[in-house]
Ligand binder design. Structure first.
Ligand code: SOE
Length: 388
């Protein structure tokens, strides 16, 4: 059977991780890569062993061999490029956030439906076996009714004033940073696990480091440039931190904190579910562990193991217990589900997808917009339901 042919736009931190995950599938082939100059595209294509290099993504969109395009560019390019991919009739997998505003994401969702393409957003944290196990336990009622959900998503790669990256600038990253960049992951994961939408928010945001020193040499995501001596001062207008009270659709409550200035926390997305029977906790930095809290017996820790997981979670785990799986494996699951859907000829309008679609990307944009409004107006704000 012929392999599905794919093109990747953007090869910063995330593009190469998509390529690696795709290559692990076997039935999909990355045939092209686009960068913002021919020289950069050729250099990256050679380094990543990709046959076709495009100095302009528009040229790649014209390639009839390519059926699917991944948009791995900085945030401000997501809307325009996603739109052009759809108009070129290709299936699309976009990095989050789907666009810069919820009106843009609404437009993309409508367009993708109209053109009948498969659409996905890389909310990869739902793809962990342990997260699937929790989602399945919530569905089967094992934890009881979920009253409360609370947690955080903490990173430290922007802790120092000399830490700088395109994500900090509203022009490239958007008006929200910590909330859009990592809060969006927390909300998507928690909504997926509980099966409930976040319908109302009350937010407090802060820019902990209001002026940063930008290295004249530039810096990639998660890298530090502290040896650099040449800096310029840049005023920061996006948040390093947010705490958000949430209400879910059935009236249950929660709260989460996001921060990119929390020393020692590298990529710590965690959440706790308080159910009427039991509680459960998961932390992305120890992805194999699930903690269960009980009132009438000792608490438990379950180590991920296909033999101990529920049937719905089993397809997400690939090795026996103790043979740890983590971030790249969850990303592979994302690709497996997205490309399995395409290979089966499924339609996102009719068939249930186990990956996040543009509908989820749009919901996420609506939540981010509501959080920004809540902080600005210091009040509870409803997530714009009519736009779902
Ligand atoms: C940077 O904050 C970042 O790379 C996010 O953009 C990703 O979505 C997250 O998975 C890891 O951190």
């Amino acid at each position: 059977m012929e392999k599905i042919k794919v093109g990747i736009i953007g090869t910063g931190f995330i593009g190469p991780t998509h390529i690696e995950a795709i290559r692990r599938l076997g039935f999909v082939e990355v045939v092209g890569l686009a960068e913002n100059s021919q020289a950069a595209a050729e250099q990256k294509a050679a380094a990543l062993s990709i046959p076709k290099a495009y100095g302009s993504y528009q040229d790649m969109l014209q390639d009839p061999d390519i059926q699917v395009i991944h948009n791995c560019t900085p945030n401000h390019l997501h809307f325009t490029i996603n739109k052009e991919i759809i108009l070129a009739g290709k299936h699309v997998l976009s990095e989050k956030p789907l666009a810069m505003t919820s009106s843009e994401s609404a437009e993309l969702l409508a367009l993708a439906k109209q053109h009948g393409v498969v659409h996905g957003v890389n909310f990869n944290y739902r793809q962990y076996a342990a997260v699937q196990q929790l989602a399945s336990m919530v569905r089967t009622g094992d934890l009881g009714h979920i009253h409360l959900v609370h947690g955080s998503y903490l990173q430290d790669w922007l802790l120092y004033e000399t830490d700088f990256n395109w994500r900090l600038s509203p022009e490239a990253g958007g008006n929200s940073r910590a909330v859009a960049d990592i809060g969006s992951h927390w909300c998507d994961t928690v909504q997926y696990v509980t099966g409930k939408r976040i319908t109302e928010v009350f937010a407090d945001l802060a820019t902990v480091i209001p002026v940063r020193k930008k290295s004249k040499g530039g810096a990639a995501t998660f890298t530090s440039q502290r040896e650099e001596t040449e800096y310029e001062d840049v005023e920061i207008r996006t948040e390093d931190y947010a705490s958000v009270l949430i209400k879910l659709e059935d009236g249950s409550r929660g709260v989460f904190t996001v921060s990119q200035v929390s020393a020692g926390r590298k990529n710590r997305l965690s959440f706790e579910l308080d159910g009427s029977k039991h509680a459960a906790f998961w932390n992305q930095e120890e992805p194999e562990k699930l903690w269960f809290g009980h009132r009438d017996k000792p608490n438990e820790v379950l180590l991920a193991d296909p033999a101990l997981f529920l049937p719905d979670a089993k397809p997400f785990i690939h090795h026996p217990g103790g043979h740890n799986e983590g971030w790249p494996d969850a990303l592979k699951n994302m690709m497996q589900n997205f490309y399995g859907f395409i290979r089966a000829g499924k339609d996102p309008q009719q068939d249930q997808a186990s990956f996040a679609t543009f509908a989820d990307g749009h919901i996420s944009m609506c939540i981010t917009d509501a959080i920004l409004r809540s902080h600005a107006e210091q009040r509870w704000v409803k997530v714009a339901e009519e736009e779902f």
